[in-house]
Design a protein around this ligand. Structure first.
Ligand SMILES: [Zn+2]
Length: 288
């Protein structure tokens, strides 16, 4: 735990934020989980296929301090929502494909280490942001949510790794994942940013969103096209999660003050017609 006064921790967002809608929808409303509840006799089997819920025992990981045993991995975007793209750069890549590939690699690493894993999607399908949040909230205590994204912007210059969080209980996780990816890939460290994105403010479990690289940067676009490089990213994310599992918030600096304005509907970035065809801004990255 970070050493902060209790009242400040509350202000910093350890609890649910006032006005934040509590998602009461059942997992039955979520496509990825529908099969489980529609066919009770297959529930156990489906749970295995959907979420690898019967992963290896975590016993060999030692006494954990992270207060979680399950990781919900969220590959950003899907189907009609491609996310960002590399625009005119070659190879042409869509964020939704890279996030899914990276998420599967993270899942495999975590399973190998003995953690229990679930995924919000395992194929090219569209899932509403609120349904992704609902999956996390349904899992409840003992789970964390890690959302994987790739960045895109109108300029070819920006590059590097950035991890977002909102609730104070997610700062340690964000910090370790950020450090994990930066040290694994050697990429520019854009740091950990505290921001109220829909996927960082609404889950009631620790949750972070990692922007692994810029598809609009020629160098990074070429790198993430390589399996080996995406594996390095996945290793970094998995290492960060495993470190948080072992150590909890031990050694994590205090939660930073908010430097970015709060997100709200009126802040939504409206892209130009031309840009809409080629790229998506990080701030309109389906993160509301
Ligand atoms: Zn995205």
């Amino acid at each position: 735990m970070t050493k902060r006064p209790a009242n400040r921790l509350r202000q910093a967002g350890t609890g649910r934020q006032p006005g934040v809608k509590r998602f009461r929808i059942s997992l039955a409303a979520v496509p990825a989980f529908k099969a489980v509840t529609s066919f009770p006799a297959l529930a156990a089997l489906s749970a295995f296929f959907i979420g690898c819920a019967h992963g290896p025992s975590t016993a060999r990981l030692g006494a954990p301090k992270g207060n979680f045993t399950t990781v919900l991995i969220d590959p950003g975007h899907g189907d009609k929502d491609s996310g960002g793209t590399s625009g005119r750069l070659t190879p042409f890549q869509k964020e939704k494909d890279l996030t899914l590939d990276t998420a599967k690699r993270v899942r495999d690493e975590l399973k190998r280490a003995g953690l229990r894993t679930l995924m919000t999607r395992e194929d090219d399908r569209f899932i509403e942001l609120d349904d992704r949040v609902a999956m996390g909230n349904q899992l409840g205590t003992g789970a964390i949510l890690v959302s994987i994204h790739y960045n895109a912007t109108g300029s070819s210059r920006p590059n590097g790794v950035q991890t977002f969080f909102w609730h104070a209980n997610s700062h340690g996780l964000a910090t370790r994942i950020q450090q994990g990816v930066v040290s694994s890939t050697g990429e520019t460290n854009n740091g950990v940013t505290r921001r109220r994105l829909r996927l960082t403010r609404n889950p009631e479990i620790p949750c972070v969103l990692c922007e692994c690289a810029y598809l609009t940067n020629p160098t990074e676009n070429a790198k993430v096209a390589q399996n080996n490089y995406r594996q390095l990213i996945a290793n970094g994310i998995a290492n960060g999660i495993l470190q948080q599992y072992r150590l909890g918030d031990e050694g994590i600096p205090p939660v930073p003050e908010i430097w970015a304005p709060l997100s709200k509907a009126s802040d939504k970035y409206v892209p130009t017609k031309k840009r809409r065809k080629r790229v998506r801004s990080a701030d309109e990255d389906g993160r509301g």
